[in-house]
Each structure stands twice: as structure tokens, then as C-alpha cells.
Write a protein that binds this ligand. Structure first.
Ligand SMILES: Cc1cc2nc3c(=O)[nH]c(=O)nc-3n(C[C@H](O)[C@H](O)[C@H](O)COP(=O)(O)OP(=O)(O)OC[C@H]3O[C@@H](n4cnc5c(N)ncnc54)[C@H](O)[C@@H]3O)c2cc1C
Length: 509
């Protein structure tokens, strides 16, 4: 039996890696295990959303992700007699340093996160499987089995299941995973294509469904995704089948070659009934699986992890009350449910054989596309949703609006925008960040000192001038995940003190 841990992270995919990075930042005692001997080498998830790039910037990995990736700025809808070009993320994203969808294979994302962890002295223990969990009083006894058959029992205060769609943690915690499987089978390939303009996402629509090409860059120039034609021979996926499928949609205009990875797979839409049960938490694919429409899966998982990690870290070090952990489920289940709904609608529109939906896809969409291009308001809202910048926790108990609100600017529960630019970099360090907006002299003195006292190792104070997101005297407290926990107009800090006393009580030294 080894020394008790604060947290056991099960699964070293993108979700587990992001969680480990955050726990490491706070010095939490944890281990991260993965049953597979190597990390993922296939591309799988292929895009990183702006909000994920923002959140990973705190670990210093975002520049490398961008350097290795491939931003796509345009969608080209190939219609029967013309091509409609639609700019991607050109509107509604003025408050981020990363206003683009970054195409990068999941293998590369995992490599960069793993190397970051290794640089921090964290090793993912590979070839180590979680076999069984048992609650023992206030902790959990975790049976780990090594690939060589050796077994070990680890005692942990909390266990986080980042162990994917077939989660052992979810099963052992007795948490349901409701939903359904789609009847269609999909073809996926990373390959070269002659006849496609680079730098854009290309879509082709027909009564049969949709064919998409994404500018992946590496390990091949293009990712192809299409519904397997119902009349296709029931053979293994090969270049012939891919070419025949592409021909059905493109009238023989494209030549496919040099596939690096080809597979077929079924899609599902399922969500965990709870994201927490006592000491067990679920994050990423263990909590939600859905169609890849909108490139939300891996991004949602990483953001689950970064919502949970700091809460576990602060509770484990005794700096926050246990009930802070309840806010994980309160904040992340609505996000997960909305992703399940949104991806299901997009998927149904793109693939359904229902005559009405087929008509909408093949006849209406081509007519509506130019109008949609001109309607900047709705387009901006769609980009805001897909980019995950629009996620907020305004209804969470861990976000509170002050008695008076600033007339403009972000509210409690919103993400801190990067407007004025540089604001996020200023508040990227670990811990909470108190932003004070207005004449600096207003904020000196005993009142401010008394609010921060006893928790000063976890709060950084920033006096903002022109770079404030609020137009007048105001104060806001940024949580460790970059969302505003408290916002109020004016300089009366008493309600802020009450908020802090609840979530970050002063420590006696
Ligand atoms: C073929 C395919 C194509 C995909 N394409 C896309 C796409 O185009 N776009 C998109 O957004 N997403 C796509 N995805 C989904 C994307 O890969 C997932 O959303 C993402 O990997 C989720 O990350 P995760 O860390 O939550 O889970 P995973 O990546 O599944 O990682 C879970 C880890 O847990 C480990 N594990 C499982 N059980 C145990 C255990 N008992 N003990 C120890 N370790 C365990 C596994 O070995 C694995 O490494 C695709 C997935 C597949 C399989």
C-alpha cells in the first residue's frame, strides 16, 4: 500500500492530461494512470476552439499548439452549380487573442500536453489500469493492475474518471450513461486530395448526407469525413471505398490518395446522469459522447478538467470548503447537455434521410447560405457558441453579482474577456485575481488589506486604469479558471468579503 493521495486521475487522454497540468500547478498530490502503453497516435479530434486555447495559455502551451496547427478561416459549400464561401470566426470574437479554429491532430495536442507535464516532473503511468474502486470512510481504495499482472492498492481522497466513453470509474460509481446510438456508419480518413483549395473547410451535400474535408495539415493534409453509403460493399475501409464515396458527392472532381489513417465508426449521443457521486467525478468522454459536429468533444473535456482541477486543489489543501466541489456538476452539466443537443441537431440536419430534412439540406440550404452570410448577428452568435467563448456560469452558486452592477462589461459568471487585450495574460497566473477599476488612490488602505488578509497567497490584486473591462469604478474577482466569481460597481468591498469568506475563507496562521 502506497501513501494516500489527494486525487487519482484515471485516463491520460486530453482530459486527464489537462487535469493533471492544473493539479500540478497547485502542488496537489496526485497520480495519473492509463491502461494503454502509448498515447494516441491517430488524429481523432482535429480542432481546438478559441476558449480552449485561452484556457491552455496559462500552462504556456498555446503558442506551441498554434505553431504546430493550421488555422482555417473559410468554409466552402460546394453546391450543384457554384461554391459559396463563408468566412469562419470573422465576427463575434473581438475579445479573444485567438479568433480562429485551430486544426491540429489529437495526437499532437496530447504530445504537447504530455511534454508540458514531463517538464513539470509528472509522468503518466502507462500500462496501469484501474480495476476496482471501493469507498472506505472518507477515502477510496483503488485497485490498480499493471500490464505485467502486478496489482497495487492506492488510497485516494478523490478519483476523477477521465477514462473515456467506456469509463470504469463511471461503472464502479454506478452512474448511468443514457442516450442512443445513431444508425449510420461513418468513414474517416487522413489523406491527400488533389483538386481541393487549401486552407478552407470544404462541404458537399446530397440527399445521402454530407461529405467534409478539413485542413488537418499533419499527419496528412486533409481529414475526410462522410457517411458510409448504404449501398457500399461491406468491406474493410480502403482507398477504393473512400474514392467511390467522394465521387458520389463531387461528380468525380477529386482524386484521393496516400491515406495515413482510415477507419469507420458509429456515433452515439449519451450523457452521464451525474458528473459527481461522492468522491468520484467524471470528465470528458466519460461524461458525454456525441457526434463530432462543431468540434466540441475534446474541447468540452479539457474545459471540464479545467473547471474541476482548481476546485479539487483548493479543497485538498484546505483553502476552500468541500461544497465548492458541488459547483462542478452545477456548472458543467448544463454545458454538456447543451453540447449533446446542439451536436444532435447539426448531425440530424447533415445526415437525415427524412424527406423534409433532406429537402432543407439539398434545396433550402443552398438558397439560404448567401442570406446567412449577410446576417452578421446570427452568424456572430453561432461562432460565439461554437468557439465556446459564450459559455458562462451566471446561475452557479459560485458566481455572485454585487448589489450594483457596472453598466457595461462582463458580469459575474462570464469569462474574463481579453478586451482590452492583454487582460487575460495579466490574470493567467494560478489563484484568484482581484481587479480594481477606477482611480488607484481609491483602493489603498485598510479595507482592501483586510479583505485579502489570510488568503493573500491565493489572491493577486491588480489596479486597472485604461485596461479595465468596466467603464467606471468597479471591482471583479476572477476565479482560477478565468471566469468572474464576483462583480460589483463601486468601491464598497463588504459583499466581496462575504463572497470570499464563503469560498476562500481566511486561513489562521
Ligand atoms: C475514431 C475517432 C474519431 C474521432 N474524431 C473526432 C473528431 O473528429 N472531432 C472531435 O472533437 N472528437 C473526435 N473524437 C473524440 C475525441 O477523440 C474524444 O472526445 C477525446 O479523445 C476525449 O478525450 P478524453 O480524454 O475524455 O477520453 P479519451 O481520449 O478516450 O481517453 C481516455 C483514456 O483513458 C484510458 N482508460 C480507459 N479506461 C481505463 C482504465 N480502467 N484504467 C486506466 N486507463 C483507462 C484510455 O486508455 C484512454 O487513454 C474521435 C474519437 C474516435 C475514437
Amino acid at each position: 500500500m502506497t501513501a494516500p493521495l489527494d486525487v487519482l486521475v484515471v485516463g491520460g487522454g486530453p482530459t486527464g492530461l489537462a487535469l493533471a497540468a492544473q493539479l500540478r500547478t497547485y502542488g496537489t498530490s496526485f497520480r495519473i494512470v492509463d491502461r494503454s502503453l502509448d498515447r494516441v497516435r491517430e488524429s481523432r479530434a482535429l480542432a481546438i476552439q478559441p476558449r480552449t486555447l485561452e484556457m491552455l495559455a496559462g500552462f504556456g502551451v498555446t503558442d506551441e499548439l498554434i505553431a504546430c496547427g493550421n488555422p482555417a478561416v473559410e468554409l466552402r459549400m460546394h453546391l450543384p452549380r457554384r461554391v459559396v464561401r463563408m468566412p469562419l470566426f470573422d465576427i463575434g470574437l473581438a475579445d479573444t487573442a485567438y479568433p480562429f479554429l485551430l486544426f491540429l491532430s489529437q495526437a499532437e495536442t496530447e504530445r504537447i500536453l504530455s511534454e508540458h507535464l514531463a517538464g513539470q516532473g509528472v509522468t503518466v503511468e502507462r500500462g496501469t489500469e484501474l480495476a476496482r474502486l471501493e469507498r472506505t470512510g472518507t477515502s477510496v481504495s483503488c485497485r490498480l493492475r499493471n500490464i505485467d499482472g502486478a496489482e497495487e492498492t492506492v488510497v485516494a481522497r478523490y478519483v476523477v474518471g477521465c477514462d473515456g466513453a467506456h469509463s470504469t470509474v463511471r461503472a464502479q460509481a454506478g452512474i448511468g450513461f443514457q442516450g442512443y446510438s445513431y444508425p449510420q456508419t461513418f468513414l474517416l480518413a487522413d489523406l491527400e486530395v488533389d483538386g481541393l483549395e487549401p486552407g478552407a473547410v470544404h462541404t458537399y451535400m446530397s440527399g445521402a448526407g454530407m461529405l467534409l474535408f478539413f485542413p488537418l495539415g499533419s499527419p496528412a493534409t486533409w481529414r475526410m469525413l462522410a457517411m458510409r453509403p448504404p449501398n457500399a460493399p461491406d468491406t474493410e475501409v480502403g482507398l477504393r471505398l473512400l474514392q467511390d464515396t467522394a465521387d458520389e458527392y463531387t461528380e468525380d472532381r477529386l482524386v484521393l490518395r496516400d491515406p495515413v489513417w482510415m477507419t469507420d465508426f458509429r456515433l452515439h449521443n449519451r450523457g452521464a446522469a451525474h458528473y459527481r457521486s461522492g468522491p468520484f467525478f467524471l470528465a470528458g468522454d466519460a461524461a458525454h459522447i456525441h457526434s463530432p459536429a462543431g468540434a466540441q468533444g475534446m474541447n468540452t473535456g479539457i474545459q471540464d478538467a479545467l473547471n474541476l482541477g482548481w476546485k479539487l486543489a483548493l479543497v485538498c489543501r484546505g483553502a476552500a470548503p468541500e461544497n465548492l466541489l458541488e459547483t462542478y456538476e452545477a456548472e458543467r452539466t448544463p454545458v454538456g447537455r447543451s453540447v449533446l443537443r446542439f451536436t444532435d441537431r447539426a448531425f440530424t440536419l447533415g445526415t437525415s434521410g427524412n424527406p423534409v430534412i433532406r429537402f432543407a439540406r439539398t434545396r433550402l440550404a443552398p438558397r439560404l447560405a448567401p442570406l446567412a452570410l449577410r446576417a452578421s448577428g446570427p452568424r456572430g452568435r453561432v461562432f460565439r457558441t461554437v468557439s465556446e467563448l459564450g459559455i458562462h456560469y451566471r446561475r452557479s452558486p459560485a458566481t455572485v453579482a454585487g448589489p450594483q452592477l457596472p453598466r457595461r462589461g462582463p458580469r459575474a459568471g462570464d469569462r474574463l474577456p481579453d478586451l482590452p487585450s492583454g487582460l487575460q495574460a495579466r490574470t493567467a497566473g494560478p489563484g484568484w485575481h482581484l481587479l480594481l477599476s477606477g482611480p488607484p488612490a481609491l483602493w489603498s488602505g485598510e479595507l482592501l488589506a483586510s479583505v485579502v488578509r489570510g488568503r493573500d497567497d491565493l489572491i493577486s490584486v491588480h489596479r486597472l486604469g485604461q485596461e479595465s473591462p468596466w467603464p467606471a469604478v468597479a471591482h471583479g474577482l476572477v476565479r482560477p479558471d478565468g471566469y468572474l466569481g464576483y462583480v460589483a460597481r463601486g468601491a464598497d468591498l463588504e459583499r466581496l468579503r462575504a463572497y470570499l469568506d464563503r469560498w476562500l475563507p481566511p486561513q489562521r496562521r
